[in-house]
Design a protein around this ligand. Structure first.
Ligand code: GTQ
Length: 347
C-alpha cells in the first residue's frame, strides 16, 4: 500500500493558513481513521481482580459517606483508553458499587442505560419505577434509559454489585444527563414474577403489554437452571448460552448493550467467534482462563475482563469436574443497529 504524504511535507505557511480557517488536510490522517483490513482498537485486553477491588471498595466505604458519593463506585477503567475516560470499551462502562447496611442511594434517572450484576451480599434492593427488586448473587437488574432508580439495604453485610452502563457512547453523543427524584413508592407489579415462564405472557383485557421494559429483574436461580437444562438437553451443543431478552418481544433487553449468560462445561475449551463488538466477561460461579491477543487472564469468581472486537477470544473452564458460569456483555445490539456488525472466520 502506498504511503501517503505527511503533514510535515506541507509548507508551514500553508498549514497555518488551513488552521486559521479551521481546515485540516485529510491525507496525512486517512490511514489512521480508515486503517487497512481491521480497526485499530484503543480497547486493550484488560483484567480486574475482585480480590483486589474489594478491600479498596470497603475502604471507600470508610473514607466517603454515601451522602458525599451518591453512588459509591470504583470504575473498572481500561488503560488502553486512558483511565480518566472511565470506559472499558467504546460503549461499555463498568463499575463496582458498594452499599453498606442501612445506606440509601437516592432516586435519579438518566439517559444512559444501566444494568447491575449482583456480586456479593444479601438484603439490598433496587427500586426501578416502583418495582422493588431484591438483590441476590448473580441476579441481573435493569435500569434502562429514563427509568427512576434508587438503592437501599436492609441487610447486615456490605453488598457489592457490578454496574454495566452504555455511558461512554451516550456521553460521546452528548446526550448524557441525569435528573434527581423523590423516594419512590414500592407498589409496582414484579416483572420477574409475572413473566416467570418463558412460553406465556400476561394478556390483560385481551391485550399484550407494549411496555418497553416489562421485565426488570432476571433471577440467577432461573437463568442458571435454564443453562443447566439446555446443556443437558443438547449434549452436543458447544456454546451453552442464553441471551437476556424482553419477554414480550424477544429482543435484547436494552438498546445498546447485549447481556448473556454462558455455561462452560467441565474442562471445556470454547473458541469464541471473531466478531466486531468488544465483549466483557465476568465470572458468576467457577473459574475460567480467558485468552485474548497476547494475554492469558485467570478469572475466578467475581473477576472481570474485557476484550476488544475483531479478536479471537478463547475460554477454558479451569474446573474439570464442574461447570463455570459467565456473565457476558457486548456491543452487538449497537453494532447491528448501526449496520457494522460483523462475524469473521476464526484465524
Ligand atoms: O447506580 O445509578 O456505576 O447512576 C454509575 C452511574 C451507577 C447508579 C454507576 C449511576 C449508577
Amino acid at each position: 500500500m502506498t504511503d501517503l504524504a505527511r503533514l510535515e511535507d506541507l509548507p508551514v505557511d500553508y498549514r497555518q493558513a488551513l488552521t486559521d480557517q479551521n481546515l485540516v488536510p485529510l491525507w496525512p490522517s486517512l490511514r489512521g481513521v480508515l486503517p487497512p483490513e481491521k480497526p485499530r482498537a484503543q480497547t486493550a485486553p484488560a483484567f480486574w481482580s475482585y480480590q483486589a477491588i474489594k478491600p479498596l471498595l470497603l475502604r471507600a466505604g470508610e473514607l466517603t459517606p454515601i451522602e458525599k458519593a451518591e453512588r459509591r463506585v470504583l470504575v473498572l477503567a481500561n488503560p488502553g483508553h486512558g483511565l480518566e475516560k472511565m470506559q472499558a470499551s467504546p460503549a461499555i462502562y463498568l463499575g463496582m458499587q458498594l452499599l453498606l447496611p442501612g445506606e440509601w442511594a437516592p432516586a435519579h434517572r438518566h439517559t444512559p442505560n444501566a444494568v447491575r450484576m449482583i456480586v456479593e451480599g444479601e438484603g439490598a434492593y433496587t427500586t426501578v419505577n416502583g418495582e422493588k427488586c431484591p438483590m441476590s448473587r448473580g441476579d441481573l437488574i435493569l435500569t434502562p434509559t429514563g427509568q427512576w432508580h434508587e438503592h437501599g439495604h436492609d441487610g447486615s453485610e456490605p453488598v457489592v454489585w457490578l454496574d454495566v452502563l452504555d455511558l461512554p457512547l451516550v456521553y460521546y453523543t452528548e446526550t448524557s444527563y441525569h435528573i434527581n427524584g423523590n423516594r419512590q413508592a414500592t407498589d409496582a407489579v414484579r416483572g420477574d414474577k409475572i413473566y416467570k415462564y418463558g412460553g406465556v405472557v400476561p394478556t390483560r383485557d385481551f391485550d399484550r403489554s407494549t411496555r418497553s421494559y416489562p421485565m426488570i429483574r432476571y433471577p440467577w436461580v432461573e437463568v442458571k437452571e435454564s443453562l443447566l437444562v439446555l446443556g443437558a438437553e443438547e449434549p452436543e451443543l458447544t456454546s451453552v448460552m442464553v441471551t437476556y431478552v424482553n419477554p414480550e418481544t424477544g429482543a435484547d433487553v436494552e438498546n445498546i448493550l447485549g447481556f448473556y449468560a454462558l455455561m462452560l462445561r467441565p474442562g471445556q475449551t470454547l473458541k469464541m467467534p471473531v466478531r466486531s463488538p468488544s465483549c466483557v466477561y465476568h465470572v458468576i460461579e467457577g473459574a475460567t482462563q480467558v485468552r485474548v491477543m497476547q494475554e492469558e487472564f485467570e478469572l475466578c469468581e467475581a473477576d472481570t475482563c474485557c476484550a476488544p472486537g475483531y479478536t479471537q477470544v478463547t475460554l477454558v473452564n479451569l474446573h474439570t469436574d464442574k461447570p463455570t458460569f459467565i456473565f457476558m456483555t457486548d456491543e452487538s445490539p449497537l453494532h447491528r443497529k448501526l449496520g457494522v456488525y460483523e462475524v469473521r472466520s476464526a484465524n
